[in-house]
Design a protein around this ligand. Structure first.
Ligand code: BV8
Length: 252
């Protein structure tokens, strides 16, 4: 694999030398599960939709039917998706950390729950989860069937419109998750940054915290990102290929 081989071996060395490992993931780690990313090329979700048109509370208030139908379309994609070897490698890394007395935290911006379905246990979801829906006004979480909703917006038994249990632009992140993610980022000595453009805050601030604390930052991404200049090591390869190789090298 040429250059990525050398970076994979170096990444494994840094992870083996770490006592506290944090992983920060974005939409790119689910790309090889068939879940479109936001900014990637012409297949990116946002290439067809203006994010500010749909991923905001104002958009839902303006057109709850259209916004909830778009999210239900994405929910169906997620339900059909399967964890890929990248997700599974991070679950194996978590096992290795537990087995060797290291601390491990997985922080994700993703709302697809593929990390948990791939075996990860300690997952901090900064932007919520698209499989969860709640009352637009009450915030009450309402169990929903996997099937596509019959009408849009979906409603609770009492008729209250439901919205996806995710964080939209302009909304605060869940405070407990944000505090836990920032604490893990500020105290880790190695951070694996996988599949994110590093463009969305305050989530991407986790990378800044690790970098500022002097942690080794390893970026796994086929492309340059806004976080690349903070990386100690650049692994320019797709996650489903690079992560299994890195974790195999870590476990020797
Ligand atoms: C808040 C859920 C305030 C919705 C999402 C100017 C400067 C700084 C900040 C701002 C600003 N203007 C506005 C803001 C704030 C704004 C923000 O950061 N905007 C950005 C666009 C500039 N942030 C917010 O609004 C946040 N809230 O600030 O609240 C506040 C304060 C007090 C009180 C009230 C409010 C909320 C942000 C959360 C938004 N919700 N998701 C949905 O899913 O529809 S964010 C959305 O983008 C995704 O969830 C994802 O988490 C996030 C980032 O995207 P990425 O995951 O990085 O994905 P992307 O497509 O960008 O990149 C994919 C990467 O993968 C690429 O690099 C690609 O190369 C790589 N890749 C592709 N294939 C692979 C791969 N890598 C590896 N392997 C592969 N195979």
């Amino acid at each position: 694999m040429g250059e990525p081989d050398a970076s994979i071996a170096r990444a494994a060395d840094f992870l083996r030398g770490a006592r506290r490992i944090a992983v920060f993931t974005g939409a790119g780690i689910s790309a090889e599960s068939g879940v479109p990313t936001f900014r990637g090329g012409d297949e990116g979700l946002w290439s067809r939709y203006d994010p500010m048109q749909l991923a905001t509370p104002e958009a839902y208030a303006r057109d709850p039917a259209m916004v909830s139908e778009w999210y239900d379309w994405r929910r169906q994609l997620i339900l059909k998706a399967r964890p890929n070897p990248g997700h599974e490698a991070l679950a194996a890394l978590e096992d290795w950390c537990e087995g060797t007395g290291r601390s491990f935290d997985l922080i994700t911006q993703n709302i697809d729950r593929l990390h948990q379905r791939g075996g990860s246990r300690r997952v901090i979801e900064l932007h919520g989860c698209l499989l969860e829906w709640r009352g637009w006004r009450s915030g009450t979480v309402v169990p929903v069937a996997d099937d596509p909703f019959e009408s849009y917006p979906p409603t609770a038994a009492d008729g209250e419109p439901l919205r996806p249990g995710i964080v939209w632009f302009g909304e605060m992140l869940p405070i407990d998750e944000l505090v836990a993610a920032e604490e893990a980022s500020a105290t880790c000595d190695a951070m694996l940054v996988v599949g994110t453009s590093g463009a969305v805050y305050p989530a991407a601030g986790c990378i800044d915290l690790a970098w500022g604390a002097g942690a080794s930052v390893i970026e796994v991404n086929p492309e340059e990102t806004e976080a690349s200049h903070k990386a100690t090591i650049l692994v320019r390869a797709p996650a489903a290929r690079a992560l299994p190789a890195i974790v195999a090298a870590v476990r020797g």
